[in-house]
Ligand binder design. Sequence first.
Ligand code: NAI
Length: 272
Amino acid sequence: MGLQKNKGVWNMYNDLKGQVAIVTGASSGLGKAIAKRFGAEKMKVVVNYLDQEKEAKDVVNEIHRLGGEAVAEQGDVSKEEDLDRLITSAHENFGSLDVMMNNAGIQTETYSHEMSLEEWNKVISVNLTGTFLGSTKAIAYMLDHQIKGSIINMSSVHEVVPWPYFVHYATSKGGMKLLTQTLALEYGGKGIRVNNIGPGAINTPINKEKFSNPEEREGVLSMIPMKEIGEPEQVASIAAFLASEQASYVTGCTLFVDGGMKLYPSFQAGRG
Ligand code: NAI
């Protein structure tokens, strides 16, 4: 069976039907596209949001339209009790938790030598600690309920590519590499898979300002061998694959979705 569209959204993996997922930061950008894709796969989705309640409810309605089930749930991923509440919501509303999609993330731009401890801590606590909390609490639930689930963490090309002025962000994503690999090693024997997605430059609100400036957009395109900015749906496809049985032997990996961005693009013309 090839790639099909269900009411305008790709869907492909029959085994995902009825499975229960939490998607953090699902009110916009990549999280929204993934939640919708899971809806098109007829999954049951806890749509987490921080402060965009209306947008999260729109995502819930969209999932219902696509044939899935969904509830919106407020929560800050850097807070332990909020992650507990998301998992309780999955259990009470849908009776399981098969897929934990730790997507929420933030970034700010500052010279490293001027970065305050507060700014550093904020990004680390959402991106890295939030992923630690989401992963380990989901694993605890899966172990308790003997579920061979899938944990998917939203990393970045900056898991391996250094990024001046974003030292907190690059450090958080670099940390996610070993977080994911360590958890994959620790829980592989229980049938729980843990993987990262590593997007490059994708057309979402986090990049809105940068991509609307023609000069900056050109600068970004020059770093992408495929010469295209990615779309959220192209990242959502990878989330669906990693959640599905088709990835049943894949763990501890980062699947990069970046048009080749981390392939040292300055070598593209054969220089070097
Ligand atoms: P976005 O800004 O549209 O989405 C981020 C989401 O996270 C928002 O819905 C926001 O409300 C939510 N969020 C922020 N702090 C939160 C918290 N404490 N608790 C719960 N939710 C919170 O941006 P985008 O692009 O969709 O980003 C999603 C993820 O993808 C992030 O982890 C980001 O680092 C990653 N990423 C994005 C890339 C891109 O080019 N768009 C490239 C590489 C990685």
